[in-house]
Design a protein around this ligand. Structure first.
Ligand code: ADP
Ligand code: MG
Length: 558
């Protein structure tokens, strides 16, 4: 504010000596003072911004750290329905969005408040009538601003923002669906939901902007940019009285003061508007951060027990997915002795994958107990549990790293030789031979991509290297062409030798030699026994086996 005061002082001196301008002595001094204080203001503002930015970046980085630390504690199954990349993006973006408020708006809010208060005092010091006229402009504009946000209009604004949210979600769905649109030769119009979301948004946006905002915003801008509208008429009214009382020079000086100061008002009000939008942004960002922070976490025991052996036992286990009505597993009990191979079979949706994912605690049971080595998995140290279990699931992720590093992810301290031996045991020789840099080739670069069956074998090498006592695997022969399949079977044989194995079998030919077969149907154990026992029993398994044999003997005849 000091530069403005200096300018006003210069104006006052000029007016006092008018029209003999050369007699004004202090002008140059005021000019330099205005310059110095303006530069000083910039320096102080710069220092303030340095401080607020440091604080804002630290806050954002703390949000990211806390959020990531929280995500590390969520059950792995959580990432099935919440892609980890999406979560990271959401957290990262939301943390970044708090920056505007903390780094910029906070400094502006303080500056604006100080400016407002001192303006208020100065206004009333010189001539309260002209001061009141300037303040009236500010009051009118603030009132117009609030009328856009209050009462019934707040509901309209909420609707408008909800429509925007819906539209962006529908947009994501649309982009995901593009392959389907192309394959089935659909037009964009077939995405009714997206189209309706856009139309709804456009209607709501128009309703809010034209219906609610147009008039108040016009009033607001007019009042802030043209405080003169109020000042000039008041000055004209007061001028005759000042002429009569002989204090006209003082009157003109005061008028100059208010003319200069009314310019500050619009700057201050514009900053308040920016601050309001910064607050809104930070508020929605915090909402998204909360969503991440509200993700469920695995409970970690303070008194971990060590599993005694490699047996696995389900004791009356029930499990219902979040939001599902029917339990995916319903009072399931079975036991896998150390070193045994147990196969889970049954119709699709029977609960095989769910049962397998309860063993490494991808989820925790809703009731009952899953035991590994005679200890409830919830009573073990998660690291100890993970060290004991190797799992190969259908959707194995390979990292964008060299094949060697992908395998070593299971045991980072393994030597190169050990990793190569594991790759060899997993029948990956042909994959390595076909890659430009062998095991050092980085997957996903320079056109090196692996087929589903090949990825499966690398994942098996990873599990072999881990050398865990318990192996949980989804026998995923789904992608495998015949050539891959025989290699995968060989890799399976190496992986499962001498270990406790819980396998989800899709092809019944692989379960014939299992020590025990558990048939899961609609979340319940329908049957349990060896292949021969179950075929003899003539139940669900016997029917599946008969179907399977029919399918295997099918031929395309001439
Ligand atoms: P299977 O592997 O035998 O085909 P699953 O264990 O995958 O069967 O599924 C068992 C039941 O749980 C099914 O009804 C399925 O729809 C449901 N289900 C599976 N995964 C989820 C999930 N992430 N959220 C909700 N329900 C699920
Ligand atoms: Mg499954």
């Amino acid at each position: 504010m000091l530069p403005y005061i200096c300018i006003w002082l210069a104006a006052r001196d000029l007016i006092a000596v008018a029209p003999d301008w050369t007699r004004a002595a202090g002008i140059e001094r005021y000019g330099w003072m205005a310059f110095a204080t303006a530069v000083g203001g910039i320096v102080v503002y710069f220092c303030a911004l340095m401080c607020t930015h440091l604080a804002a970046f630290r806050t954002a980085s703390n949000i990211r750290k806390t959020g990531m630390a929280h995500l590390m504690k969520t059950p792995l199954g959580f990432f099935d329905s919440n892609a980890s990349g999406l979560l990271r993006n959401r957290l990262d973006g939301a943390a970044g969005e708090t920056e505007t408020l903390l780094a910029h708006n906070l400094a502006d809010i303080v500056g604006t408040a100080a400016m407002f208060l001192s303006t208020l005092v100065l206004m009333l010091v010189f001539d309260w009538r002209m001061g009141a006229a300037c303040l009236l402009a500010a009051v009118v504009s603030v009132a117009a601003m609030f009328s856009m946000m209050g009462g019934k209009n707040a509901k309209l604004m909420a609707e408008y923002q909800a429509a925007q949210d819906t539209m962006s979600k529908a947009g994501t769905e649309y982009v995901r669906g593009i392959p389907v649109v192309k394959v089935f030769q659909q037009t964009v119009y077939s995405f009714k939901a997206f189209r309706e979301a856009i139309e709804d948004y456009s209607a709501k946006a128009e309703k809010y902007t034209v219906g609610v905002c147009r008039l108040p915003q016009a009033v607001n801008l007019t009042a802030t940019e043209g405080a003169f509208i109020f000042l000039v008429p008041v000055a004209l009214l007061l001028a005759p009285g000042a002429l009569k009382s002989g204090s006209f020079a003082l009157f003109v000086t005061n008028f100059a003061f208010y003319a200069v100061f009314s310019a500050i008002i619009s700057t201050a009000l514009a900053r308040i508007m920016f601050a309001a939008s910064g607050m809104l942004l930070a508020h929605t960002a915090l909402g998204r951060i909360d969503e991440v922070m509200n993700a469920p976490t695995l409970e970690i025991t303070n008194h971990p027990q060590t599993p005694k052996d490699n047996g696995v036992e389900f004791k009356d286990v029930s499990f219902t997915y979040d939001g599902a009505e029917i339990p995916a597993l319903d009072h399931v009990s079975f036991r896998v002795e150390p070193g045994q191979t147990v196969a889970l079979v049954g119709p699709s949706g029977g609960g095989k994958t769910t049962a397998a994912s309860l063993i490494p605690r991808f989820w925790d049971v809703s009731s009952g107990m899953v035991e590994v080595g005679g200890v409830d998995v919830r009573q073990t140290d998660p690291h100890v549990l993970m060290d004991r279990i190797a799992f190969v699931f259908q959707n194995n992720r390979l990292f964008k790293a060299s094949i060697l590093d992908n395998v070593r992810a299971a045991r980072p301290d393994a030597t190169r030789e050990e990793a190569l031996a594991a790759l060899n045991a997993a029948q990956c020789g042909d994959i390595l031979a076909s890659l430009p840099n062998g095991a050092d080739t980085v997957i996903g670069t320079e056109g090196t991509y692996l087929s589903g069956g090949e990825q499966q074998r690398v994942a098996l090498a990873r599990a072999i290297l881990k050398d865990a006592g318990i192996v949980v695997l989804d026998e995923a022969t789904a992608f495998a062409d015949p050539e891959n399949e025989s290699l995968i079977q060989k890799a399976f044989a190496t992986l499962t030798k001498g270990r406790t194995v819980v396998m989800i079998a899709h092809r019944l030919s692989t379960v014939v030699n299992a020590d025990k077969i558990i048939v899961l149907d609609a979340g319940k154990v329908a049957e349990e026994g060896t292949h021969d026992e179950l075929v003899a029993a003539g139940g669900l398994y016997a029917r599946m086996w008969a179907d399977y044999q029919k399918a295997v003997s099918w031929k395309i005849s001439a």
